[in-house]
Design a binder for this molecule. Structure first.
Ligand code: AHM
Length: 304
């Protein structure tokens, strides 16, 4: 130790990706380059999240937006950052975002079909995914990433602007004790979900499950990954296809949960087997600890 409190040999995300790249002799380094662009966006968003406090928006007098300046909404800022950073990384041909009605095309030669990339290139089932991740902007910024050989978590060290490997090889418990669903919509539930939740609240033996629901998918799934249990956004009588989007909410999170040893289903089939018909389509989703998801699937078989 140097006594400075600084780890002189820490595993940064860049170092992690480079070491993975070296395991594959034909790897081009594109993923490393892409992640570099993504992490720049995540760092810029972190900075915006930290500054978007009450004081700046309302000023000391309490009047709204005292400087009279237009503050870009965080979702728009994040979207612009991701698109601009990824576009200029020369590693993608097509992007899909919740904030954009159509696919975003990028000039390049890489795609699966002949000619320039089209929406068809994007409409692939989740089992074709090779990498997925999410960023969580909490008391610290965390990025959780899977490149198909497990799941790793990286915390942003703001002092050096690097993401440090803090959660190595994250695994989800085979069974948890938490269910996570918007229980306010109970009257809109269909029988399988109603019966499943009932069985968790009134178990034939043992303690009932605890309920946790933040209402932010990334945060709810992150907790599910770390502590186990099940996250559910079902189809309801109000929203027959559920709410969450298959391609950029359900699929990447399902991929990560599976990579950590868990499961993700729409009640009938594995989420990653659903073939998308349009980029913004919704899907019911249940994911988390394997045994918990299996219990849910049983309810679909019995009451579906
Ligand atoms: P809810 O308020 O109907 O329970 O919905 C919560 C869900 C979260 O899981 C997810 O992060 C969010 O709604 C997505 O909503 P939006 O598409 O408006 O961002």
């Amino acid at each position: 130790s140097t006594g400075s409190g600084i780890d002189t040999d820490c595993m940064t995300m860049a170092r992690f990706l480079l070491s993975e790249q070296r395991k594959h002799p034909h790897a081009t380094g594109d993923l490393t380059q892409l992640m570099n662009a993504v992490l720049t966006a995540v760092k810029a968003i972190t900075s915006a999240v930290r500054k978007a406090g009450i004081a700046r928006l309302y000023g000391i007098s309490g009047s709204t937006n005292i400087q009279g300046e237009e503050v870009k909404k965080l979702d728009v800022l994040a979207n612009d950052l991701f698109i601009n950073m990824i576009r200029s990384s020369f590693t993608t041909c097509l992007m899909v975002s919740e904030e954009n009605d159509n696919v975003i095309e990028v000039e390049t030669e890489k795609q699966t079909s002949e000619g320039s990339a089209t929406v068809k290139d994007a409409l692939q089932p989740g089992h074709q995914i090779i990498a997925a991740g999410y960023a969580l902007y909490g008391s610290a910024t965390m990025v959780v990433l899977s490149i198909g050989n497990g799941v790793n978590g990286f915390m942003l060290d703001p002092a050096i602007g690097e993401f440090i490997l803090t959660d190595k090889n994250m695994r989800i418990k085979p069974r948890g004790k938490i269910y996570s669903i918007n229980e306010g919509y109970e009257k809109y539930w269909f029988e399988p979900v109603a019966q499943y939740i009932k069985s968790k609240k009134h178990p034939e033996s043992g303690k009932p499950y605890g309920a946790r629901y933040i209402g932010s998918m990334v945060a709810d799934v992150h907790r599910t990954l770390k502590y186990g249990g099940i996250f559910a956004y079902p189809a309801t009588k109000e929203a027959p296809k559920g709410k969450l989007r298959l391609m950029y909410e359900c699929n990447p999170m399902a991929f990560i949960i599976e990579q950590a040893g868990g499961m993700a289903t729409n009640g009938y089939i594995n989420i990653l087997d659903v073939v998308p018909e349009n980029i913004h389509q919704r899907s019911p989703i249940f994911m988390g600890s394997k045994e918990d998801v299996q219990d849910l699937i049983e309810c679909f078989k019995k009451y579906g």
